[in-house]
Design a protein around this ligand. Structure first.
Ligand SMILES: Cc1cc2nc3c(=O)[nH]c(=O)nc-3n(C[C@H](O)[C@H](O)[C@H](O)COP(=O)(O)O)c2cc1C
Length: 306
């Protein structure tokens, strides 16, 4: 049977299907359940320096092709987070997502995450709907470079940079983030929903982030563009609900994928379903390991189109 193990930076993972940040209730319980039910690793909800309540409802709106959300980065703050995970049994399989408004906040968070026994962070440089953090930080290449240099310079953490698709030049941003160990592509797209009878916006914050099947082609384009230019390790995320979706991301250069909005259509067995489909695909197509298909449609000499 073909091997679906993979590697992101120095992190070797049994399988490439990860839980995306902010999905499920994201307590330590749902993270542990994801790991027990077949996720290769799991990313936590984004954690900031202090507790945030987030926006008032409605914070989520389902549309035909996915979800709109503006949760507002509600989170318990780093100290409560550390306390909750004090006795967590599988910290090596947890990627802690952190967000901040400046270098100092990212630095405080990263050091605390490392002290608490974790060895990987995903930098949320891309939340599209909260002022002063997320993509407001992630749109500034110099700031992105500084944040990553600070964390790499003062901790031994593996750093995954989650970038925003809401920029004109994603490749330039990726290059600014090149000291990261991996890129995570993509966060949600800035979007608005309208209720025609109440004539209200679907989300209390008006602008939110669009996720789910409708954004998959945008995420694929992001992975393709960045892999072509950097050949770095990429975690693909955006609209993945089936193993076939996952294969598309691997062919364009992703070495692992995250599932998020898929959880409104599927339950925890999604991890093993995607893993099985992947392994069967590799077997039936004559590949012995996942690595054999990573980026094959992008590497030099690959067929470039119809
Ligand atoms: C309700 C909700 C909350 C989210 N919260 C976060 C978050 O806290 N941090 C983050 O980096 N991404 C967050 N995301 C973005 C997802 O991690 C993911 O990048 C995005 O939804 C695209 O993937 P998908 O189409 O598989 O959902 C959130 C998405 C949703 C739908």
């Amino acid at each position: 049977m073909a091997s679906i193990s993979t590697r992101i930076g120095t992190f070797s993972i049994e399988n490439p299907v990860l839980l995306a940040s902010g999905i499920l209730d994201e307590t330590s319980g749902s993270i542990l359940r994801s790991l027990r039910e077949g996720a290769g690793a799991a990313v936590t909800k984004s954690i900031g320096v202090t507790e945030r309540k987030g926006y008032s409802t409605p914070v989520i709106s389902e549309i035909k092709t996915g979800l709109l959300n503006a949760v507002g980065l509600s989170n318990p703050g780093i100290e409560n987070f550390v306390e909750e995970y004090k006795n967590f049994p599988e910290k090596r399989k947890v990627v802690v997502s952190i967000f901040g408004g400046n270098v100092e906040e990212f630095s405080i968070l990263a050091r605390r995450v490392e002290q608490a026994g974790f060895d990987k962070v995903e930098l949320n440089l891309s939340c599209p709907h909260v002022k002063g953090v997320g993509s407001e930080v992630g749109q500034d290449p110099e700031l992105v470079e500084e944040i990553i240099a600070e964390i790499k310079g003062h901790t031994s953490l593996q750093v995954w940079a989650k970038l925003s698709p809401n920029v004109t030049d994603l490749v330039a941003l990726a290059k600014a983030a090149q000291k990261a160990d991996a890129y995570v592509l993509i966060n949600t797209l800035r979007a608005i929903g309208v209720e025609i009878y109440s004539r209200k916006f679907s989300l209390s914050n008006v602008v939110g982030g669009y996720s789910g099947p409708g954004i998959k082609p945008v995420a694929l384009r992001a992975v393709y563009d960045v892999y072509k230019e950097t050949q770095k390790d990429i975690v693909g995320v955006g609209g993945i609900t089936t193993w076939e979706d996952a294969v598309e991301f691997f062919l364009l250069g992703a070495r692992a994928i995250e599932v998020g909005t898929a959880f409104i259509y599927e339950d925890y067995p999604i991890y093993s379903k995607i893993n099985k489909g992947l392994s069967d695909y590799l077997d039936s197509e004559g590949f012995s390991r996942l690595d054999d298909i990573v980026g094959v449609m992008v590497k030099d000499g690959a067929f470039k189109g119809h």
